[in-house]
Ligand binder design. Structure first.
Ligand code: C2E
Ligand code: CA
Ligand code: CA
Length: 731
């Protein structure tokens, strides 16, 4: 047996002009089979040192054993052997699919033997004795044939797998990939078309592209495609709506990239005929951009519309207003801008939850729209602010009519999540050209008029007046001034007595804040506390207030053994701060004031963000001995439902109800209802804002005990109250 190194074999192959396979091929393995030891020996001699691995077998059995145990590239097989013939060995190889080339050597001179082995698949047949060169040549040829066959197989396998890869790539592309022939017929389309458009790729082959294009885009498609069929090196990008078999789809939008390709014409021209030019076809990639398109549209929509109500937003409103202004100027006509703001919307929104709050805004927008003409523009600027342009005014009567229609439309209660909601609005109106000539001026002045309406009592409309401009400048200065007011000692607590109707005695007082403003003079709480709430300054102000009232209360106690109670108003933001209870307790302790002398007034706004935390703190207050009063009862939303949740001792009838009592021969059912609720729940009643004898009498007869209002006393400074208390203790 002989071995040569793989390197040498590689070189041998290369010298024969064969492509060398990589990695370097193993040296060929040869099995030499002959029963005659001498012949076998000379065969070995002949083949050794030629880069083969040689294995010998001295009979058929041994040959089969060898073939079973290791692979061979070539068998040189003697035909006549005593145990098993060469034919039988070959039969065995065929049955067991042993893939090896075979060269048969035989002393047999008859042609039958040769035929029988060639039929069995032998590569060559050599008659003994054969010339050495003949054998060497046969061996070389057999090995080369085998090598080529193996290489072919490999190439075929590689081609098949690369074809599979390309197919896979094409089919798993997110895009539809297709080719069209010169007539526009589909010659290829990948499987992506199935999920995207619902068509079977195979069914589409041979169909015209027009069958896939949406009718709306057909003209454009035809223009572009026919263009592409004329020119070489042509490419184009076009957006097309394609037909879809999916039921819910009325055409998806695709961005289609097209490129010309040339198909070589198959038919060879006859002699003398000119070669026909290659036919042009089109290669295309269609990308589904439906979702992006929709997103684009949505973004464009959102730039100009309010998504919640579908109304124009501020940008579009201003645009429409400026157009309307141009026209009004040209036609010398009037125009009105209205600013509509819902009253107490924040409270409703906070207590209903934002979802129902949104629904309320939608219902409001529908109602407002119903009051307008087609040419009017209603828009939403955000939160609960709606704006209107009324172009081409005839008379000032016009905005009045619309404003009244708005108020009437809102008067009908809203139904939301099974609850009945009442809402009102404050409306400001600015008229061109009287109140302004520019977009911004008109909007601002309508806004000012709306705010003026708010501060004068909501639920109504107001036209812009020049004085409002000055007031608005003052408001801005309030916010900045308020920061300084605390440190400058400009805040002061006033007290309004609460009087027992039978005895006429002052039982306690409500603390009300005042601001001695350096420029604007004396300001009531309503003129600045709302700003403090908005700016967050209310926390520091409330801290100061706690100290101030405790100090004052301590002074009251020095006057007599009477212990009048003191009632403070609690900002919801203050209660929302987690440390409110601790602060209050510490302050009472520091001043050594009995908690039973203190009352806190809360409104339903108290449970803005974290109702449970607020309720918990109130419960702790109660345990401490502080009483809780419900302020402004009946004016807000869900008055009854929260009575259960809070620990309450006192109910204050709001001034707005007391105000309605003008004549004590009449019945005032709301007032009576509130009084009976308080009685039913065992709460103490305080009537607030009592200004007249009539009101006092009616309320007293209805069962009210304690009164607070101008009829008895206005809010007064500490010193004035001290005087009152002192004189009361002497009498
Ligand atoms: P409120 O608690 O409902 O206070 C009653 C308001 O009605 C007070 O206005 C009071 O001056 C006024 N008033 C009392 N009797 C009569 C009357 O017979 N006729 C009329 N027309 N008005 C009467 P004020 O002081 O401007 O307070 C407004 C609101 O500001 C208060 O409403 C209260 O919610 C809040 N507030 C006042 N002081 C404080 C405070 O120290 N802290 C907090 N957080 N809020 C305060
Ligand atoms: Ca109050
Ligand atoms: Ca009140």
């Amino acid at each position: 047996m002989s071995h040569i190194s793989p390197m040498q074999w590689d070189f041998a192959l290369a010298s024969q002009g064969l492509p060398s396979a990589q990695p370097p091929a193993q040296p060929p393995r040869l099995l030499l089979v002959d029963d005659e030891p001498r012949l076998l020996q000379s065969l070995c001699e002949l083949l050794k040192n030629r880069g083969f691995i040689l294995v010998t077998a001295q009979n058929g059995h041994e040959a089969i054993t060898r073939l079973n145990s290791e692979p061979f590239d070539l068998v040189i097989l003697d035909l006549r052997m005593p145990d098993i013939s060469g034919q039988e060995v070959m039969d065995y190889m065929n049955v067991h699919k042993i893939d090896t080339n075979v060269i048969v050597t035989s002393g047999d001179s008859g042609i039958e033997a040769a035929i029988s082995v060639l039929r069995r698949g032998a590569y060559d047949y050599l008659r003994k004795p054969y010339p050495r060169e003949e054998l060497l040549k046969a061996v070389q040829n057999a090995l080369q044939q085998r090598r080529l066959a193996a290489e072919n197989k490999q190439i075929a396998a590689r081609l098949e797998s690369s074809e599979r890869i390309y197919r896979h790539l094409v089919d798993s592309s997110p895009d539809i990939i297709f080719t069209l022939d010169h007539r526009g017929m589909l010659t290829f389309v990948n499987h992506r078309v199935q999920p995207l458009l619902g068509f079977n790729a195979e069914d589409l082959i041979g169909q015209h592209y027009a069958d896939l294009v949406h009718a709306r885009d057909m003209e454009r498609a035809q223009y572009v495609f026919s263009d592409g069929q004329q020119q070489q090196r042509w490419s184009r990008n076009i957006e097309l709506r394609l037909k879809s078999r999916h039921l819910d789809d009325e055409g998806r939008v695709f961005s289609v990239e097209l490129m010309s390709i040339s198909f070589a014409t198959q038919v060879k021209p006859a002699d003398g005929e000119p070669q026909r030019p290659d036919r042009l076809g089109i290669y295309g990639v269609a990308r589904d951009i439906t979702d992006r398109k929709r997103a684009d549209e949505l973004i464009a929509y959102q730039a100009y519309y309010d998504v919640l109500t579908d109304l124009p937003n501020r940008v579009l409103f201003k645009d429409r207003l400026s157009l309307a202004l141009l026209q009004a100027k040209r036609k010398k006509a009037g125009l009105a801008v209205m600013y509509v703001d819902l009253d107490r919307f924040k409270v409703i929104n906070d207590s209903l939850g934002h979802h129902l709050g949104d629904e309320l805004l939608q219902q409001v927008s529908v109602r407002l729209k119903g009051c307008l003409r087609h040419s009017d523009t209603l828009s939403r600027f955000g939160s609960d602010e709606f704006n209107v342009v009324l172009p081409e005014l005839d008379t000032v009567q016009d905005p009045t009519r619309v404003a009244q229609a708005f108020l009437d439309a809102l008067r009908v209660p809203f139904e939301l999540g099974g609850q009945v909601i009442h809402i009102t609005a404050s409306i400001g109106v600015a008229v061109y050209p009287k109140d302004g000539e520019s977009v911004d001026d008109l909007i601002r002045n309508a806004d000012l008029a709306m705010h003026a309406k708010k501060s004068q009592g909501r639920n109504g409309y107001k036209f812009f007046e020049l004085t409002m401009l000055n007031q608005s400048f003052e408001q801005i200065s309030v916010e900045s001034g308020l920061r300084l007011a605390l440190s400058a000692g400009e805040l002061e607590m006033y007290y309004q007595p609460q009087v027992d109707v039978k005895s006429g005695k002052i039982m306690g007082a409500e603390a009300l804040m005042r601001w001695n403003h350096p420029q604007r003079g004396f300001l009531g709480a309503g003129a600045f506390l709302p700003f403090a709430e908005e700016s967050g300054l209310i926390i520091a102000i409330s801290d100061w207030m706690l100290e101030a009232v405790c100090r004052d209360l301590l002074a009251w106690n020095t006057l007599s053994d009477d212990r009048p109670y003191l009632s403070i108003n609690l900002s919801p933001h203050y209660l929302d701060q987690g440390d409110f209870y601790d602060k209050l307790k510490a302050t009472l302790e520091r001043f050594q004031i009995s908690p039973s002398q203190l009352e806190v007034e809360i409104t339903e706004n108290i449970c803005i963000r974290n109702p449970q935390a607020a309720i918990d703190q109130l419960h702790m207050l109660c345990q401490l001995g502080v009483r809780v009063a419900i302020d402004d009862f009946g004016t807000g939303y869900s008055s009854l439902s929260y009575l259960h949740r809070f620990p309450i001792h006192v109910l204050k009838i709001d001034r707005s109800f007391v105000m309605t009592i003008e004549d004590d021969t009449q019945q005032f059912p709301v007032v009576l209802a509130i009084i009976s609720i308080a009685k039913g729940l065992g709460l103490k009643l305080v009537a607030e804002g009592v200004e007249t004898e009539v009101q006092k009498r009616y309320l007293e007869q209805a069962g009210c005990q304690t009164f607070q209002g101008y009829y008895y006393h206005r809010p007064m400074p500490q010193r004035a109250l001290m005087g009152l208390l002192l004189s009361q203790s002497i009498h």
